[in-house]
Ligand binder design. Structure first.
Ligand code: DX5
Ligand code: ZN
Length: 230
């Protein structure tokens, strides 16, 4: 993985057909996805359960590019090796998931993955200040984590802008997760984001058999995002 600040669209397979994850990953990549975003939920840190490391390992051979694993679990540390062994390129943990986030980020890098730090909507940008040299990505949640298809929380735009200033010239991605579609993408990109996660806005209208709409949806988000860069 090389670092650059180009716009990257990362479909969340939380909105895919759970009975066809492998084919869904191949379909979104063929339709123009840059990364594949994998949402892991434990029914404890967030009020929903999705899947765990065995599923990540099973889908890994179906992803040619970056597998971006977002852990909405607590505790995190006992499971880092399992997700790294499953082939995650990026492992993102929540700042709110425990008292020792710095240790967690170090353990992620120690396991050979890139380290991501996710911030819930109620957590200020400044909470990340002491961690910016220890991360490869900051994920700003623009919904409360746990479910796809929620409404974008507009108040997070100022936080994205602040994080962009704080990150300065460090090679750290700013990823936005929740409620991204062609109407919300321009504001987050203008504020400084480069990675856009999108679940419902990518998978709507398509299927593994009829993947064309995935491509149209990805192109629409990308066009709206890139227009905001100019
Ligand atoms: C929310 C997840 C998101 C979610 C995005 O807890 O982390 O990745 O699936 O879904 P949309 O794009 O539908 O808001
Ligand atoms: Zn996510």
């Amino acid at each position: 993985m090389t670092f650059d600040r180009s716009i990257k669209i990362a479909p969340s397979i939380l909105a895919a057909d759970f009975a066809a994850f492998g084919a869904e990953c191949e379909a979104v990549e063929a339709q123009g996805a840059d990364w594949v975003h994998v949402d892991v939920m434990d029914g404890h840190f967030v009020p929903n359960i999705s899947f765990g490391p065995a599923t990540c390992a099973a889908i890994r051979p179906h992803i040619k590019g970056v597998m971006d694993v977002h852990l909405m679990i607590a505790p995190v540390d006992p499971y880092i090796d399992a997700f790294a062994d499953a082939g995650a390129d990026i492992i993102t943990a929540h700042l709110e998931a425990g008292p020792h986030i710095h240790r967690t980020l170090q353990a992620i890098r120690g396991a050979g993955a890139r380290a991501g730090l996710a911030l819930n909507p109620g957590t200020p940008a400044e909470a990340a200040a002491a961690l910016l040299d220890d991360v490869d990505l900051v994920c700003v949640m623009t919904v409360n984590p746990g479910f796809g298809g929620q409404r974008f929380i507009q108040s997070q735009i100022g936080k994205i802008r602040r994080l962009r200033e704080m990150i300065d010239d460090r090679p750290v991605h700013i990823e936005i997760d929740g409620g991204i579609d062609p109407t919300t993408a321009p504001d987050v990109v203008d504020a400084g984001a480069d990675v856009l996660v999108a679940g419902s806005a990518v998978f709507k209208g398509g299927s593994v058999r009829e993947p064309g709409p995935y491509g149209e949806n990805i192109r629409a988000i990308r066009a709206a995002a890139e227009a905001a860069r100019r």
